[in-house]
Design a protein around this ligand. Structure first.
Ligand SMILES: [Zn+2]
Length: 248
């Protein structure tokens, strides 16, 4: 199969790789349909390694560079290990790429995203979404509803980041918010704020195309390169209930 493999900064090769197979009882093999390019993928390409293990293997994947990249993806289940109960061949799934201690098809820790062993499928070895097929644990797949396309499914992981940020905040229906940075994650925060019932959302962003996207989503945009965002917000409504730093 074809895969995009990170060797070192500015050296990403699309090459033949061995098609992975189901080995563990809780393994799930995926035919990748869509995979996003994350900001961290760009950082790894331009100035890596950052997350990518080099010199010693990642404790969970057991691998180090060169590694297959791609961690924001969705695909179709083609094969499952004998103990998998969550999905079956033909299911459409989004991938939760977190590598954390797991057993019997489940993450072990409650806050598994905060483990010291944290890694990512597609950054820390063990395969990735920039390939035709990949194999992940049963704990890393989530069935997506029919009305969600595979393309949208590839956005579930970054969307979860925005949703989590809003859930971590004290925002409640009717509150106001400011989002500093309207890149993909900032835009997801804006969408999650709308779903949470925010009454007014400011988006502070220097890029014109991103401001336009934020405006399309219903935010009031402020160009931080020509306006004092804090002053504008204070003058208009005296401040916001919650502010989100999403610049990087
Ligand atoms: Zn990402």
């Amino acid at each position: 199969m074809k895969a995009a493999v990170w060797y070192k900064a500015k050296d990403l090769r699309v090459e033949e790789a061995e098609e992975p197979s189901v080995r563990g009882a809780h393994d799930v093999k995926i035919k990748v349909k869509w995979c996003g390019i994350c900001g961290s993928d760009l950082h790894e390409y331009l100035a890596g390694p950052i997350f990518i293990p080099e010199g010693s293997p990642h404790p969970i994947s057991g691998q180090q560079a060169p590694i297959i990249m791609g961690h924001e993806f969705a695909g179709e289940v083609t094969e499952t290990g004998e103990k998998v109960t969550k999905v079956k061949a033909g299911d459409r799934v989004a991938i939760e790429p977190i590598l954390a201690p797991n057993e019997n098809g489940r993450y072990i820790d409650e806050k598994y995203n905060l483990t010291e062993l944290l890694g990512f499928h597609g950054l820390s070895g063990g395969g990735g979404g920039f390939s035709e097929y990949t194999v992940v644990g049963e704990h890393m797949v989530h069935v997506i509803p029919e009305e969600l396309s595979y393309e949208q499914g590839a956005l579930v992981e970054p969307a979860a980041v925005g949703l989590h940020a809003v859930r971590q905040s004290s925002i409640k229906a009717g509150d106001t918010a400011a989002v500093f940075g309207a890149g993909p994650i900032g835009l997801m925060v804006i969408d999650a704020l709308k779903a949470a019932g925010a009454s007014k959302i400011y988006a502070v962003e220097v890029s014109e195309s991103r401001r336009r996207k934020a405006e399309d989503l219903g935010a009031v945009v402020i160009d931080a390169s020509s306006e004092d965002a804090v002053k504008v917000i204070h003058d208009e409504i005296g401040g916001v209930d919650a502010a989100f730093e999403v610049t990087g």
